[in-house]
Design a binder for this molecule. Structure first.
Ligand code: DAT
Ligand code: MG
Length: 152
């Protein structure tokens, strides 16, 4: 089994709308392992770095204003295939086109208020985890029921 890690963040709209528990529940029920979790209000520098690939897009400044507007719940989740699977749990970027059953499909309408972020590739995941977390904030631990989720 090749385990990987991804960066997931519940954006200020998700925190304000009390969706934190619902979202954690979906990742837990899937079977992924939570290895880091914290709440913070990102500063502008962090937000601009995080969304650096979108720097030249017209929505960039609004996106940075939004993500710095309140608490974000930042997480690292671990497991086999967790990067692409998380993107499926999250759903498409445009909430009205996201499939029902996905987080965005179930809980959002507007692209600028789409509740949650997830890394889109192994390279992005590594970059984003390093941007948001110190190594000391990430915990290695074994799930007691691991043998019922993954084969040796
Ligand atoms: P995703 O969050 O699905 O990875 P993305 O990386 O293309 O999507 O864009 C990052 C965020 O930027 C996205 O979650 C919401 C915002 N965004 C993207 N395209 C936008 C647009 N056309 N108008 C407004 N906000 C947009
Ligand atoms: Mg993206």
């Amino acid at each position: 089994m090749t385990s990987e890690r991804t960066f997931i963040a519940i954006k200020p709209d998700g925190v304000q709308r009390s969706l934190v528990g619902e979202i954690l529940r979906r990742f837990e029920r899937k079977g992924f392992k939570l290895v880091a979790l914290k709440q913070l209000i990102p500063n502008k520098n962090l937000a601009e770095n995080h969304y650096g690939v979108h720097r030249d897009r017209p929505f960039f400044s609004g996106l940075v204003d939004f993500i710095t507007s309140g608490p974000v719940v930042a997480m690292v989740w671990e497991g086999e295939g967790v990067i692409s699977s998380s993107r499926k749990l999250i759903g498409g970027t445009k909430p009205l086109e996201a499939e029902p059953g996905t987080i965005r499909g179930d809980f959002a309408i507007n692209i600028g208020r789409n509740v949650i972020h997830g890394s889109d590739s192994p390279e992005t995941a590594q970059f984003e985890i390093g941007l948001w977390f110190d190594a000391s904030e990430i915990n290695e631990w074994k799930q007691a029921d691991q043998i019922w989720r993954v084969e040796d």
